[in-house]
Design a binder for this molecule. Sequence first.
Ligand code: NAG
Ligand code: NAG
Length: 442
Amino acid sequence: MSTLRTLAFLALIGVCGCQASDCSYLGLLTHLNLTTTNKVMADMRPVKNWTTPTLVLIDMLVYGILDVDEKSQTVTSQIWIKMHWKNEFLTWNLSDFCGIDRMTIPRSSLWIPDVHIEEDVSDTGTIQNSPVVSLSPSGWVLANTRQRLTSTCLVNVKLFPFDTQHCNISFSSMTSDVETITLGTVFNDTLLTAVSELFMVTRGEWELENMEIVHYIYNCTIGRTSRLVYTVTISRKPMLYLIIFVVPLFYFVLLDVCSFFISEARGEKLSFKVTILLSISVLLLILKDLLPSTENHLPMIAMYCIGIFALVGISVLETMLVGFLYDLDGYCCNAQTPDDVQVDIQLEVDFHKESDGAEEPPERSSLPLNRPDDRDLLRLILEEVKTARREAGGPKDDERRPGYYRRLSKIIDSVFFTLYFLTVAGFLTYMNIMWMTQIISI
Ligand SMILES: *[C@@H]1O[C@H](CO)[C@@H](O)[C@H](O)[C@H]1NC(C)=O
Ligand SMILES: *[C@@H]1O[C@H](CO)[C@@H](O)[C@H](O)[C@H]1NC(C)=O
């Protein structure tokens, strides 16, 4: 009897429980009038009074910086957007439905705010909307979206490779003004930055520094519109560029300075310098592929490259000049042989003239020139005079003229080396100071 009574009591409780609360999603959907296709829910802005603006809260997380294209001035990143807004018609009491505090329904069955990113230049298909949206008892709807976002960003490469970029990602409604849709965020920028850094997947060339959120109202064609701007600050990791540009260029200019100690005698110095010049031009070619051809902000690294290229170019020219002066000695020495031959010939001719017209002058006719022995003797004397002349005049020429050019080339070389060394040192110091002050000032 007592067991029967207990069973009846339990059954009564069960029935009462069933009537008091429905534990199935179906019951909740029925309560929210979403079981049949309720098209109105997808069409209208879910407010009971049309003058109430819908507050749309957008939290954005950046969890990957895939690429920064300096040439086309775009930044590609992976973002996650959490969008919250209130649907005033979809509320329920937790106690009525067994404490169901979250339910998902297809995205297509609800009204979704038409918020877009103004800087977006992504291809279609890069947006991945979650197929369902999540409802909470108070009527808040949450829609998740992940996107590979390619956004325009004014990339300033003046301090490349030590640059920091500030890129705006602005959210606004495409059609609604501020009286209809107001934008905001749930979390503040510090928290969003911290969470983004925690979930950052790609750790490539760029590092997320900071995210700042600015919310303001601006006037545009559709009236006063609410706008939410995330300013994402990213900084480049410069190590790779230091290794492939800055350090090699420094060594090239150092090698060029050291090449002044290579002996002038052979042509090695010139070819060495030209090789350095070619190596620098290869680096310039690589740089050309990396950087945009902006005229107003010439990157510091381009100035550095061009400066070193010009310095090495000038030193190549100087080496050519010095080599030419050095070789001028050789030309002078070689030029002496024809002179001697000429002297020989002249002497020979003089001798023959004298011998031919020997009888004509009466004073000379007395000289015994007609005899072959005398001729030989005279020739011998001439030979002696010539050798004496060569010994007396030759070495004088050999010592004075080659010494002159060689000494000149040496003076030019040492003066140029001093100037060059000072210029290079000055240039490197100047670039260093400029670079550092600009980096610090940012
Ligand atoms: C569902 O619709 C019925 C009538 O169509 C209405 O009385 C009820 O208030 C609606 N429920 C909600 C939650 O809007
Ligand atoms: C980014 O947004 C901030 C805040 O609205 C603004 O001051 C800045 O000029 C914007 N920068 C660019 C490049 O549009």
